[in-house]
Ligand binder design. Structure first.
Ligand code: UD1
Length: 419
C-alpha cells in the first residue's frame, strides 16, 4: 500500500502537461470492441483504471497491445466472450460500458455489478431502462447484470436525471440497433462528445452529442479507427486549483479552455488571475489571499462534482465563509473529516458544506477516501505547514498519471513510500 509524504508548504511554479481524459478513455476502450476490426487509441492516460480495462477486454478475447504507454492497439476480431464477471470488472464503475458495447455487438452481455468510488447509491436504473426501451430483457442475479435482446430496436428515450454513464451506454447500444434512437435530457459532458466522435469515425451515425438531444441512426457494423482522446478536464482543474492554493504561477498545458469555464469563473471570482490561450491556461495566484465563494455542482456546463473536493481544499484557506452545494452525489463529503485533520473548518449538513477559511492548514496523517478526495488531500498538503502523509494512494492512482512527478517538477516536495 503506497503512501505519499508531502512536506509543505510549497509554491508551484512552472508548467504541467495534462493527460488524456480518464472518463473518455474508460468508455472509448469498450466502444472499440464493438468493431470486428482493429482500433488504435492515442493519448490514453497511464492510470490504473485503463490498466484494469486492458486486462478486462483481453479476458473477453480482444488482443490488446500497448504500442507505448499512451497508445493502445485493440484487435477485437477475437472477442468471443460476452461474459465479464471477473475481479477487474467489480473494481470499476465504468465497467458498465461493457453492457452497452456487448449488447450492441452481440445482442447479449453479462457483466458484474460495477464498483468504483463510494459516494452514496450509484444506481444503473437509467442505463437498464434505456436498454429495455430498445427491446432488451434485463435480469440481475447475484451481482451480475444480464441483458439480451432478439432484436435491438431504436427508441425515444427520456432521461429522468442527467446521467453521463446512461447517456454513453445507451449511445453505445443504439449505434448497432435497428432504426433511430433519440436520447432526450442527455448529458453534455466533454467525454460524451468524445465517445460520439470516436463512434462516428468507426462508422456510427450520431448527431447532437454535446446538446441535450442526441439522435443515433443504427448501423449494421462498425469498422476500425484511429483516435486521439481529449485532455482530462478534471485533471486540468485539479492542477489549476493546486496552483491557486499554493500561491503559485503555473501554466497548465494541453487542455481545452472552454471545458474549464465553470472553474475559471470561480477562480477569477476568488481573485486568481486566469489567462486563457488556445490550448493552455496560466494561473497566477502569487499576489493575494483568495476570497471565499459559493459553489454549486451541476451537470456540464455547470461546476463538475468531480472538482468539488479539490475546491473545498482551496476554500478551506480562502478569506471568509464559503458554501458548497453538492447536487450530483448524495454522499460526497466523506473526505471532509480528513480535511479537518489538516485544520480545515467545515460543517456539513445534507448537501451543503459551510467552510470557514483558516490562514493555513497543518500537516497530518490522512487517507484518500476516494479518487477525487485523494486529490483534495494532495492539494491541501501543498498549503499545509509540515508533513502530510496520505494513505490509500491506490485511489489517486486510479485516475491521476504520475501525480507526484508532475507536482514535484513545479516545486512540490512529495515522496512515494511503497509498503
Ligand atoms: C460519471 C463520472 C463520475 C462523475 C459523474 C458525474 C465516469 C466513469 N464517471 O459517473 O466521475 O462524478 O459522471 O459527473 O464518467 N443516476 C441515476 N440512475 C442511473 C445513473 C445515474 O439515478 O442509472 C444518478 C446518480 O445517482 C447521480 C446522477 O444520476 O446522482 C449522475 O450520475 P452519472 O452522471 O450517471 O454518473 P456516472 O456516469 O456514474
Amino acid at each position: 500500500m503506497d503512501k505519499l509524504v508531502i512536506n509543505g508548504p510549497n509554491r508551484l511554479m512552472g508548467e504541467v502537461v495534462i493527460s488524456g481524459a480518464k472518463n473518455a478513455a474508460v468508455a472509448i476502450i469498450p466502444a472499440a470492441i464493438m468493431a470486428d476490426d482493429v482500433c488504435k487509441i492515442e493519448n490514453l492516460p497511464n492510470i490504473e483504471d485503463v490498466k484494469s480495462l486492458f486486462t478486462t477486454i483481453n479476458k473477453i478475447g480482444a488482443k490488446c497491445q500497448f504500442l507505448d504507454k499512451h497508445t493502445l492497439k485493440i484487435d477485437s476480431r477475437g472477442v468471443d466472450n460476452i461474459c465479464a464477471t471477473f475481479e477487474e470488472v467489480k473494481k470499476m464503475r465504468a465497467s458498465y460500458y461493457l453492457l452497452g458495447a456487448l449488447l450492441g455487438r452481440y445482442k447479449k452481455a453479462e457483466v458484474a455489478m460495477p464498483g468504483g468510488c463510494d459516494f452514496g447509491t450509484r444506481p444503473v436504473d437509467l442505463h437498464l431502462k434505456g436498454f429495455k426501451a430498445m427491446g432488451a430483457e434485463v435480469a440481475i442475479e447475484r451481482d451480475v447484470i444480464r441483458v439480451w435482446a432478439k432484436e435491438l430496436k431504436g427508441a425515444a428515450i427520456y432521461m429522468d436525471t442527467v446521467s453521463v454513464g446512461a447517456t454513453i451506454n445507451i449511445m453505445l447500444a443504439a449505434t448497432l440497433a435497428t432504426g433511430t434512437t433519440t436520447i432526450e435530457n442527455a448529458a453534455k459532458e466533454p467525454h460524451v462528445v468524445d465517445v460520439a466522435n470516436f463512434l462516428n469515425i468507426m462508422g456510427a451515425k450520431i448527431k447532437g452529442a454535446g446538446t441535450d438531444v442526441i439522435r443515433i441512426v443504427g448501423v449494421e457494423k462498425l469498422h476500425g479507427a484511429e483516435y486521439t482522446i481529449i485532455p482530462d478536464q478534471i485533471e486540468a482543474g485539479t492542477y489549476m486549483i493546486a496552483a491557486a492554493i499554493s500561491g503559485g504561477d503555473v501554466t497548465v498545458r494541453n487542455l481545452i479552455p472552454k471545458h474549464m469555464d465553470s472553474l475559471s469563473a470561480k477562480l477569477v471570482e476568488m481573485g486568481v488571475d486566469v489567462e486563457e490561450f488556445d490550448d493552455y491556461i496560466r494561473i497566477n495566484a502569487t499576489e493575494r489571499r483568495l476570497n471565499a465563494v459559493s459553489v454549486k455542482t451541476m451537470a456540464y456546463p455547470g461546476f463538475p462534482t468531480d472538482l468539488q473536493p479539490q475546491m473545498a481544499a482551496l476554500l478551506a484557506v480562502a478569506e471568509g465563509t464559503s458554501k458548497i452545494t453538492e447536487n450530483v452525489w448524495e454522499k460526497r463529503y466523506q473526505y471532509t473529516d480528513e480535511l479537518k485533520r489538516l485544520g480545515a473548518q467545515i460543517n456539513v449538513e445534507g448537501r451543503v458544506a459551510i467552510i470557514t477559511g483558516v490562514n493555513q492548514l497543518t500537516g497530518a496523517k490522512v487517507d484518500a477516501t476516494d479518487l477525487r478526495a485523494g486529490a483534495a488531500m494532495v492539494i491541501a498538503a501543498l498549503n499545509a505547514n509540515g508533513e502530510t502523509i496520505i494513505g490509500d494512494v491506490k485511489y489517486i492512482d486510479r485516475g491521476y498519471e504520475e501525480i507526484e512527478d508532475k507536482l514535484n517538477q513545479m516545486g512540490a516536495d512529495i515522496k512515494r513510500i511503497s509498503m
